[in-house]
Design a protein around this ligand. Sequence first.
Ligand SMILES: NC(=O)c1ccc[n+]([C@@H]2O[C@H](COP(=O)([O-])OP(=O)(O)OC[C@H]3O[C@@H](n4cnc5c(N)ncnc54)[C@H](OP(=O)(O)O)[C@@H]3O)[C@@H](O)[C@H]2O)c1
Length: 335
Amino acid sequence: MLSLVFALFTLTSSRLVILPVTVDPGTMKAVRMHGFGGVEVLRYEDVPVPTPGAGEVLVRVRAAGVNPVDWKLRDGMGKGMITPPYTPGFDVSGTVEATDGSVTEYKKGDEVYAYLPITRGGGYAEFAVVSARDLARKPQQADHTHAAAVPLAALTAWQAMFDRAKLQPGQTVLIHGAAGGVGHFAVQMAVAKGAKVIATASARNLDFVRGLGAGRVIDHNKEKFEEVARDVDVVFDMIGGDTLARSYAVLKEGGYLVSIVAAPDASKLADRKANGSVFLVQPNGMQLGEIAALIDSGKIKPDVSATFGLNDAARAQERSKSGGSGRGKIVLTVP
Ligand SMILES: NC(=O)c1ccc[n+]([C@@H]2O[C@H](COP(=O)([O-])OP(=O)(O)OC[C@H]3O[C@@H](n4cnc5c(N)ncnc54)[C@H](OP(=O)(O)O)[C@@H]3O)[C@@H](O)[C@H]2O)c1
């Protein structure tokens, strides 16, 4: 990158003085956490553009997804896992800016999207470094804002239901939190797989979840899901607490309970002769490629309920923490 020299004009005691100032073009805007706590630890600032290492790609970020884990890490969950100053953000959609020489499958200008590992982060920025194996071509039917809504949440739904719980066509899955970031992808993926979907959501989101293809939608504030769902093959829990505690009762013998928020109780699973586990999503470029194909075929539609500018990341995180619209995803747009 070229180095630029600008002139800074300043007035000192009625004389115009011209001072040379070197602006390093190797800087970018990013939001960094300078500690753990409230949104006041977030700063929108100039930082060096990162350099891709072996097997890595530098992505010019056009949009970055916001996930509950972003504010959870900031609130304190990240202690011992990440070290401030730290750039949050795990979902990016953008264009390839540069690659390490060893990367041959991508070239400058390619439209891509990715889920970045939590230990690395870096999505709330104008540029992010991504391992080529975590990257995939952006779905063509989604703009950058909608593509950035996909990676973490959709990979979570995919890996939890298909890799972990082995959901099969014709089986029944109960999906808790079906209107949210992960849930709205889970419903659409399960339907695309040919599974029968029972889903829980609050009153404001019932029509939305029906529109995603769920066969039965339960208002979790009015109905007890365990009185509606029986003998289900898979429970996908993203709520925990009382919801998880009441979920064992709906499992059929040999069924599977996968939670992304809390470890299921082994003795309660054993009582039902069922299995289960807690699960943490992993980056996976190949699966993101398959998900992009489902989006391009119209089988999955990412829902974005709110967008904020990159310099407004604090408000976006507050919205996520407060439950937001309770539906779909929140995304930061990057100029
Ligand atoms: N382990 C992992 O790898 C992993 C990955 C991704 C996310 N997560 C975690 O999973 C959780 C969900 O993530 P997300 O991105 O989907 O969050 P989100 O977008 O905030 O959605 C949460 C949803 O839960 C619904 N909800 C709240 N209380 C409920 C209840 N009692 N019963 C049913 N639904 C309820 C809300 O909608 P209504 O208004 O309709 O109730 C909302 O749509 C978060 O805690 C997140 O940190 C874990």
